[in-house]
Design a binder for this molecule. Structure first.
Ligand SMILES: Nc1ncnc2c1ncn2[C@@H]1O[C@H](COP(=O)(O)OP(=O)(O)OP(=O)(O)O)[C@@H](O)[C@H]1O
Length: 381
């Protein structure tokens, strides 16, 4: 096991910045997931830790030793790639044991180590096969075995599951989680799949445009996104955003001049443009649209996904989505949607940063876990 310290790291490709100043600590034995859209710089960051890319500025240390100029093989990292990168002419056993052979380990000891790792990964019966005779999941397991064989201090995973079909992805994800529980090897896992990120991470890092937007436990990041970008990126259907303006009392006034949450006050100047946001799963249909916390809503489309129901409709000219538990019976009379104070988020229109109300309502944790882990809906984006 080893810790990684990343300070003020920048990467330029020619004059194009890919990573624009990252500070991050990966603690010993932790599983950190870096999540972000395509092109945000997450693979570049991982490759700089591995030593496969030079660092333009800043410093990366592993276990207290600056490794900027240390060659990849001497950093104690093993990397698992998206495309497996297996040697096609070698058997599974040879692929897994190759690094030990190169290191000069005697045959008997090597075979014993390969057998043990193959056992951990359920590959015992496939040791004599070539990669072309394996399924995608089996190949990925061999790639894992090859990374594990030298007992590295750090595992680096670059979207290792993205070539697998949905079912295998889940299986391999659980396997990686089980392996991490057993081995406790410090791991950094790059993905753009939020289900993978939410389920694997001890600590989640959301990146955007070469910068870190937020670091925290998956639940923290999901519950309290600190920017509009993170709020919009995590969750499916995505969060709903309603344009609003701060009134004289500090309350949020929507485009239709309603102030549904009179108890929520922000310490912002009158006229400040904000966006009020809420998760689709935080809204509940209610009849009678006059009480506090209730918005007028008219469903334009209803999607029954089996596991839940999605309503799409408009609130004050903005399209919003509502996610309801399967079997919810919708009112037969006109209805609104209720959003509790504690489910309301707000972001400054000018830069998307989070602004909390003066009194922060308690968060209802019951709704969070269920929503964050709702596999089917999350994986659909
Ligand atoms: N070798 C390279 N030469 C020039 N530009 C590069 C190179 N590698 C990456 N980039 C650019 O750097 C930026 C970050 O790329 P990177 O591969 O790190 O993103 P990513 O978040 O991992 O994306 P993806 O999920 O699509 O792999 C992108 O704009 C990309 O085009």
């Amino acid at each position: 096991m080893a810790s990684i310290h990343i300070s003020s790291v920048h990467k330029l490709y020619g004059s194009t910045p890919a990573v624009r100043g990252i500070d991050l600590i990966v603690e010993n034995g932790s599983f950190m997931v870096i999540l972000g859209p395509s092109g945000c710089g997450k693979s570049t960051l991982l490759r700089m830790i591995a030593g496969l890319e030079d660092i333009t500025a800043g410093e990366i240390s592993i276990d207290g030793r600056v490794v900027n100029d240390v060659e990849p093989a001497r950093r104690g990292c093993a990397m698992v790639f998206q495309n497996y990168a297996l040697y096609p002419h070698m058997t599974v056993a040879q692929n897994i044991g190759y690094a030990l052979k190169v290191a000069g380990m005697p045959r008997a000891e090597r075979d014993e180590r390969v057998r043990r790792i193959a056992g951990t990964l359920g590959l015992e019966l496939l040791l004599h096969r070539k990669p072309s005779e394996l399924s995608g999941g089996q190949r990925q397991r061999v790639a894992m075995g090859r990374a594990m064989v030298r007992s590295p201090g750090i595992f680096l995973f670059d979207e290792p599951l993205s070539n697998l079909d949905a079912k295998l992805r889940i299986q391999m994800r659980l396997e990686i989680k089980r392996l991490h529980r057993e081995l406790r090897t410090t791991s950094v896992f790059v993905t753009h799949d939020q289900v993978e990120a939410m389920t694997l991470a001890d600590k989640l890092v959301v990146m955007n445009d070469g910068l870190i937007e937020q670091v925290g436990s998956p639940a923290e990041v999901y519950r309290r996104p600190n920017s509009r970008f993170v709020a919009n990126f995590l969750g499916s259907p995505p969060m709903n955003f309603l344009p609003a303006v701060i009134d004289r009392e500090g309350s949020a006034c929507l485009a239709d001049r309603r102030m549904p949450w009179p108890q929520l006050r922000w310490d912002l100047a009158e006229g400040t443009a904000i966006e009020i946001a809420f998760r689709p799963s935080a809204a509940r249909p209610v009849t009678g649209a006059t009480a506090a916390g209730i918005l007028p809503f008219e469903a334009e489309m209803i999607e029954d996904l089996g596991s839940e129901i999605h309503l799409h409709g408009a609130v004050a000219d903005t399209i919003v989505a509502v996610a309801l538990p399967a079997g919810t019976v919708l009112p037969t009379v006109p209805y609104g949607i209720a959003i509790a104070d504690e489910a309301v988020h707000a972001f400054l229109a000018v830069n998307g940063s989070r602004v909390d109300p003066l009194v922060i309502p308690a968060i209802d944790t019951k709704t969070i876990g269920a929503d964050a882990c709702r596999e089917k809906s999350l994986s659909s984006i």
